[in-house]
Design a protein around this ligand. Structure first.
Ligand code: HEM
Length: 396
């Protein structure tokens, strides 16, 4: 590898850094230096990435005491915790994100997408699909789930931008955003407690968590942290992924025509976009080996850090035929875009529903939708956990 500093520089499009492909061909688990100075081994092959994500001998909590990036362990209820704390917290929210719930939400998602497209159509052209469609769609869904007043988005979005920064914002600004978000969600949870006490409980996830039966009920502090974590996890990911999916169809008119003619073709196409678009700029969560563990042909020693690279695993030629080819009709596609094992994304059903509805509505509304600038002029976000486009200017 040309560099042993990780994360590697980000590429100019939706693909992961070129070093990932190189890693897949290297023996063992190459060592790199993380941005906090710690040494770590990179795990790129599919089977080994899955092993790290599902083996109890690897701990996330053991790493989070020394955060690699700007996040604090207290800012994430799930992603940085291990069983049994993780198991208890996760059980409390899973019911809210089942496949059934996502199906029940789909008619509302369709209405919402059409409403946003109405507004977009009324405005001047060209329009920015990120700010005008993909982010508002994802943000409306998660704010409604959490019962966050829509007008609060103007306060919350700058905070989330900072909390999701790896290097774009100064560490002090990131820390202040975490503190401000903590204060916001503490106040929101207190307001929900007040509504419950006065016999007028809200119809939102925070209220559900506050009224869950004992002993499963989470503490008030945990519920506030969940609110902030779900807001970040819910819209940054989906809003940016949906924009990258839209870019894919804008760059491939034959695919767009096929998806318009046969909406069923959206299902494998979206799975391929999820495999293809590299969303995480920092790889997967770092894990510490709690004892000696054999991973493939490497013995990882107790105390060593490993970083599983989901976007490398999604291009493992041992699992995906011609992994470097974008194939929207790929038949077998066991990608790891939503993770694997006990931290598997609880929002996966909802995210898929949002992407299917969003992309379908966009293609249906504008038969002549096209990029308003050459693809080479698109500006990508930098220094953020979640990759994506700063803007996606389109016309029709
Ligand atoms: C395209 C959209 C999305 C993608 C690609 C995505 C991807 C992921 C991945 C890869 C993980 C596992 C990370 C790890 O191993 O630490 C994860 C975890 C998580 N996701 Fe998503 N996600 C998306 C949308 C959502 C949505 C809509 C929600 C909430 C409504 C959500 C909530 C979460 C939460 C709470 C976790 C932490 C789970 C745990 O640690 O147990 N995600 N997501």
């Amino acid at each position: 590898m040309t560099t042993d500093r990780f994360p590697f520089p980000e590429g100019p499009d939706a693909r992961p850094p070129k070093e990932y492909e190189e890693l897949l061909g290297l023996p063992g688990l190459p060592e790199v230096t993380l941005s906090n100075g710690r040494r770590a081994r990179l795990v790129s092959r599919y089977a080994e990435v899955r092993a790290v994500l599902s083996d109890d001998r690897f701990s996330r909590a053991a790493f989070s005491g020394r955060p690699m990036f700007a996040r604090t362990p207290e800012s994430l209820a799930l992603a940085t915790s291990d069983p049994p704390v993780h198991t208890r917290r996760r059980r409390a929210v899973l019911h809210a994100f089942t496949a059934r719930r996502a199906r029940q939400q789909t008619p509302w998602l369709r209405e919402l997408a059409e409403e946003l497209l109405d507004d977009l159509e009324k405005g001047g052209r060209p329009v920015d699909l990120v700010d005008g469609f993909t982010v508002p769609l994802a943000l409306r869904v998660i704010t409604k789930t959490l019962g966050i007043p829509w007008e609060d988005r103007t306060r919350l979005r700058p905070l989330v931008d900072r909390m999701m920064s790896t290097s774009r914002f100064a560490p002090e600004e990131v820390a202040e955003a975490h503190a401000a978000s903590g204060r916001y969600f503490t106040a929101l949870v207190a307001a929900r407690q007040g509504e419950i006490a006065s016999g007028r409980p809200g119809d939102d996830l925070l209220t559900e968590l506050l009224t869950a039966p004992e002993p499963e009920r989470l503490s008030v502090e945990e519920i506030a942290v969940f609110g902030a974590g779900l807001l970040m996890a819910g819209y940054e990911t989906t809003g940016n992924q949906l924009a990258m999916c839209a870019l894919t169809v804008l760059q491939d008119p034959a695919l767009a025509a096929r998806l318009r003619a046969d909406p069923d073709a959206l299902v494998p196409a979206v799975e391929e976009m999820l495999r293809w678009n590299a969303l995480g700029s920092t790889g997967g969560a770092p894990h510490v080996a709690m004892e000696d563990v054999r991973l493939g042909d490497t013995l990882v020693r107790a105390g060593e850090v490993v970083v599983p690279l989901i976007d490398a695993a999604n291009r493992d030629p041992g699992v995906f035929t011609e992994p470097g080819r974008f194939d929207p009709a790929r038949e077998t596609n066991p990608h790891l875009a939503f993770g694997h094992g006990r931290h598997f994304c609880p929002g996966a059903h909802l995210a898929r529903a949002e992407i299917h509805v969003g992309l379908g509505a966009l293609l249906g509304r504008f038969p002549t939708l096209a990029l308003a600038v050459p693809a080479g002029e698109l500006v990508w976000r930098r220094g953020m956990f979640i990759r994506g486009l700063r803007e996606l200017p389109v016309r029709w």
